[in-house]
Design a protein around this ligand. Structure first.
Ligand SMILES: [Fe+2]
Ligand SMILES: [Fe+2]
Length: 337
C-alpha cells in the first residue's frame, strides 16, 4: 500500500492479489480508492471510438499490459516514466484498464509519500549491501589473475560498473535495476553451496566457479536499455546477445592483465559461453568442465525460482495456481500461502 496524506492506495501487485475476491467486473475494488501505477510505456492509439493509450503499467514486482482511456473530464494522458494515480477496472475479458487523474515524477512521488517509489519502480532494494557482498566474494578469490579480472570489471573503479544498474532480463527473471548483480551473486552462492557439499570438491576450482558465476551474464550490461525502467533490447543486444557480448568484454579486460594464462582464459570463456547448457538455448558449446556444469545448473535454478516467485506474487490470494507461465509452459502451483 502507498500511504497518502489521508488514505492508503494500492499498487498493481496488491490489485492482482485481491482480484478474485470480487468477481467479474470490478472498479477501484481495494478501499474504493484509485491505485498508483508506474507507467513503463504509453503509446497513443487512434481507435475507431476515439484515442486511447496502450500502456505497460506496474510496480516493483509486476507489470501488465493495460489500456488508459482518455476523454472524460478530469482524466489526463498517461506519461511513460511517470507514476499515475488512476481509477482502475479489471475484468476477465479485457484485463486492466485505467483512467489517469494525476501524474507524478519520481521526485514528486517521494515528496507526496516518502519511500513510496521503492514499491513502484523495479530497483533492487539495497544495492549498496549487494555491492559490498560481491566485493567480499571477489576478495575471497585466491587466484591473482581471476581476482584482478573481477576487480578490473566489478571493483570500486572497475570498467563495468553498469553491472550494478542492469536488469538480468526483460521480464522473465530479475527484471529490475540491479537484477543482474543480484542474480549473478545468487548464482555464485548456489554454486558455492554445491562446491561445499560435492564429493568432487577437491577437483573443483573454487576460484573459477566464483569468477564464472559472477561474470556469466556480464554481456547483459549492453543487452538492455533501461530508459523508464522499460527494459527493451538494445540494437547490440539483438544483434549479438549477451553471451557474445560477454566474451568481448572479458577478452578486452583479460588482455590488460600481464601474463594471464591462456588455459585459464579458455576455461573461463568456456564456462561463460556454455552456461545456457544446450545449443538450442543459445550456447555455442555444452558444458564440459565441472565448474561449467555447476554454473549452468545454478543459473537455470536461480532464473526459474525467481520467475516462480514473481508469478506467485501476482497471484490472487485465494488461488493456489498462478497464471500461465510461458517460461514453464504451465500454470504453477504455489500452495495456500
Ligand atoms: Fe545467460
Ligand atoms: Fe544468468
Amino acid at each position: 500500500m502507498i500511504r497518502g496524506k489521508q488514505d492508503d492506495y494500492p499498487t498493481l501487485s496488491e490489485i492482482l492479489q485481491s482480484y478474485n475476491v470480487l468477481q467479474n467486473k470490478v472498479e477501484n475494488f481495494i478501499n474504493m480508492r484509485p491505485g498508483f501505477f508506474f507507467v513503463f510505456s504509453a503509446e497513443r492509439i487512434e481507435g475507431s471510438r476515439g484515442p486511447y493509450y496502450a500502456c505497460t503499467v506496474g510496480d516493483s514486482k509486476s507489470r501488465v499490459e493495460s489500456k488508459a482511456w482518455i476523454g472524460d473530464s478530469g482524466v489526463i494522458e498517461p506519461r511513460a516514466g511517470h507514476i499515475a494515480l488512476a481509477d482502475y477496472m479489471r475484468d476477465e475479458k479485457y484485463g486492466l484498464s485505467i483512467k489517469v487523474k494525476r501524474n507524478f515524477t519520481l521526485d514528486e512521488m517521494e515528496a507526496y509519500s516518502a519511500g513510496s517509489t521503492t514499491q513502484l519502480i523495479p530497483v533492487v532494494r539495497d544495492i549498496a549491501a549487494l555491492r559490498s557482498e560481491i566485493q567480499r566474494l571477489i576478495e575471497s578469490v585466491k587466484n591473482g589473475f581471476l581476482r584482478e579480472l573481477l576487480e578490473g570489471l566489478l571493483g570500486e573503479n572497475g570498467s563495468c560498473r553498469e553491472f550494478f544498474d542492469s536488469p538480468a532480463a526483460k521480464t522473465y527473471h530479475h527484471a529490475l535495476i540491479g537484477g543482474l548483480a543480484g542474480h549473478s551473486f545468487q548464482v555464485a552462492r548456489y554454486a558455492l553451496g554445491i562446491y561445499d557439499l560435492s564429493p568432487s570438491r577437491e577437483s573443483i576450482d573454487r576460484d573459477m566457479l566464483v569468477t564464472a558465476a559472477l561474470l556469466h551474464d556480464i554481456g547483459k550490461v549492453k543487452t538492455y536499455s533501461t530508459d523508464d525502467y522499460a527494459f527493451e533490447y538494445t540494437d547490440r543486444g539483438q544483434l549479438e546477445d549477451h553471451i557474445a557480448i560477454g566474451v568481448r568484454i572479458l577478452e578486452r579486460e583479460i588482455v590488460k592483465i600481464d601474463g594471464f594464462p591462456e588455459t585459464l582464459a579458455s576455461e573461463l570463456i568456456h564456462a561463460v559461453i556454455s552456461h545456457h547448457g544446450e545449443l538450442q538455448y543459445g550456447s555455442p558449446v555444452t558444458p564440459k568442465t565441472r565448474e561449467a556444469f555447476i554454473l549452468s545448473l545454478c543459473d537455470n535454478l536461480d532464473a526459474r525460482l525467481d520467475h516462480f516467485e514473481s508469478q506467485a506474487a501476482a497471484t490472487p490470494e485465494d488461488s493456489s495456481w498462478t497464471e500461465y507461465s510461458r517460461m514453464f509452459q504451465s500454470r504453477l502451483y504455489r500452495g495456500n500461502h
